[in-house]
Design a protein around this ligand. Structure first.
Ligand code: ADP
Length: 260
């Protein structure tokens, strides 16, 4: 890998029992890249994120994150922010928005020390970055799905990461909210120089915001700009006949029609 790659995967294979979930995946993600990782359900997207986080060890291949294998990251682990899939049942817990975001500081302050006013200031700034500061004293359960998801991003930001991994962050949020959400990610990336990987199966919305798309269906089909991906017929290869349905009314028709 070169020093400008935050993540580098080389010929990565993952099997669950005898069944392959990832086959020969090679992928370099550069510093400051905003990447959408797309693919149908069960195509290995979460597995790939778990490989990057060091939670799944590949059966074959090489992975480096910030230049080290993810399970040997040490202090640099805290440079990775992770926003998992939305889980409503967890979020009915009676906890204030500010406390949720402060949890993002634990990696830095240690679990058994109390957060200081500096931690609180960073937590509030993180809420401000996602336009949620005025909700700091509310209970998480009182917020809408989209607002809760913003709080989860604030929590990840509070850890002051350089790499942000988000797994289906806008699931359950309406289209308008989704557009806003990806716009916000783009802004955060530009402001903080973050590298962002966002897992989604919503190609249409994500492709107007990210710089690169990686199309996964066990194997990686292409890693290129959204325009190149949409014109290369890659979506067909990855999704098969589902592509019409997915494209319906949301990917600019001009692009889709020109190449059918
Ligand atoms: P995606 O995130 O794209 O939906 P996943 O990475 O979650 O895909 O899953 C890829 C495949 O691996 C699926 O067929 C899934 O059933 C399987 N799988 C995922 N996690 C496990 C596991 N812990 N044990 C066995 N099979 C798994």
């Amino acid at each position: 890998m070169t020093s400008s790659n935050v993540i580098s995967l080389e010929d990565v294979w993952v099997y669950y029992n005898e069944t392959p979930a990832l086959k020969a995946v090679s992928l370099d993600i550069r510093d400051g890249e905003f990447l959408g990782l797309i693919g149908p359900n069960g195509s290995g997207k979460t597995t790939l994120i778990r490989v990057i986080l060091g939670l799944v060890k590949p059966d074959r291949g090489r992975v480096t994150v910030f230049g080290s294998p993810p399970d040997k990251l040490g202090r640099e682990r805290r440079l990775i922010g992770y926003v998992p899939q939305r889980n409503l049942s967890d979020w009915s817990f009676p906890i204030s928005v500010l406390d949720v975001v402060l949890m993002g500081r634990y990696g830095r302050i240690g679990l058994f020390r109390r957060p200081t006013s500096v931690d609180e200031e960073i937590a509030l700034k993180s809420l401000e970055a996602v336009q949620m500061r005025e909700y700091a004293r509310r209970h998480l359960a009182q917020l809408s799905g989209g607002q809760q998801q913003r709080v989860m991003i604030a929590r990840a930001l509070a850890a002051e990461p350089r790499l942000l991994l988000l797994d289906e962050p806008a699931a359950g949020v309406d289209i308008h909210g989704e557009e806003q959400f990806y716009g916000l990610l783009k802004e955060l990336k530009e402001k903080h120089g973050l590298t962002i990987v966002v897992v989604t199966h919503d190609i249409a919305v994500v492709s107007s915001h990210v710089e690169k798309l990686a199309c996964l269906n066990q194997t990686l089909y292409i890693h290129a700009s959204p325009d190149e991906v949409l014109t290369a017929g890659t979506l067909q290869k990855v999704y098969g006949c589902e592509v019409e349905l997915l494209a319906h009314g949301r990917i600019p028709h001009r692009v889709v029609e020109e190449h059918h």
